[in-house]
Design a protein around this ligand. Structure first.
Ligand code: CIR
Length: 253
């Protein structure tokens, strides 16, 4: 199941990125670059094809590519970030997703939607109604997706930046999250709490393997006890900017 992944190298201005729930602390741009390279290697080592977007160093948060485009089957939806400073990241995505042969749609102003609020579990799309994604954004996504056989379920998000800063899904569809950040666990068919805030975010590498932040060793243990292979990678410099393993890539195929 390895697929094709979009990534973009971190800007040397990463430290100037948006912050909502965390205080600003020093960020090591060289370490961020090395962590990003390690992150991309985790995929390449497992047979994923990486499409590296041109650097966009004028956008401090540009490395968090998952917020600018969301892909559903052969449809790429360009987002309209709620953070004004991030709107300029989207334009560079269009030619790339077009070149991959995807159909392209876009969230139209004044609606806002960020990809970090979009969690796919089977054919269900949970969409965080957060400070970055508004009701109009959720409604536009529903209009695009329901005719294509996806069900859209809005989820309130106030305790975290994005829905996927609070919950993500394991390969079998079980949703995991750090309980203090999750406001409506009952919305998910199956929910399992994890012991660390950095443990909420996993990327499914294949049916039996997930990628997890190296900052969540107790969660790694819990997931291994469930029979999963857990690959860890250090993302401390991105976590300081409220990013996580999911935000650094978008699966396009
Ligand atoms: C922001 O606040 O927009 C960035 N500093 C972090 C974005 C992280 N993205 C994500 O969780 N999908």
């Amino acid at each position: 199941m390895p697929g094709t992944l979009l990534v973009r190298p971190p800007s040397p201005r990463l430290a100037e990125g948006e912050l909502t729930h965390l205080d600003r602390v020093p960020v090591d741009a060289d370490l961020a670059r090395r962590q990003w390279q390690d992150y991309t290697r985790r995929y390449a080592d497992r047979g994923w094809q990486l499409v590296v977007l041109p650097a966009a160093d004028e956008h401090p948060d540009g490395v968090f590519v998952e917020d600018a485009v969301v892909v559903f089957d052969d449809l790429a939806v360009l987002t309209r970030p709620g953070a004004e400073s991030r709107r300029g990241e989207v334009a560079g995505m269009r030619p790339v997703v077009e070149s991959l042969g995807l159909e392209v749609a876009a969230i139209e102003a004044p609606a806002t939607l960020e990809g970090g609020d979009v969690l796919k579990v089977g054919r269900t799309v949970y969409v965080g109604r957060s400070s970055r994604t508004d009701d109009d954004g959720v409604a536009q996504l529903r209009t695009l997706l329901e005719p294509r056989g996806w069900q859209v379920v809005p989820v309130p998000v106030t305790r975290a930046l994005h829905l996927k800063s609070a919950v993500t899904a394991l390969p079998d569809g079980t949703v995991i999250g750090h309980e203090p950040l999750v406001e409506a666990p009952e919305l998910f068919e199956r929910f399992v709490p994890v012991p660390e805030a950095e443990g909420n975010a996993v990327v499914v590498l294949d049916e039996g393997t997930v990628l997890l932040s190296a900052s969540a060793p107790r969660t790694a243990e819990l997931l291994r006890d469930r029979g999963l292979e857990v690959v860890t990678t250090p993302v401390t410099e991105f976590e300081k900017l409220e990013g996580c393993v999911t935000c650094l890539s978008v699966r396009v195929r």
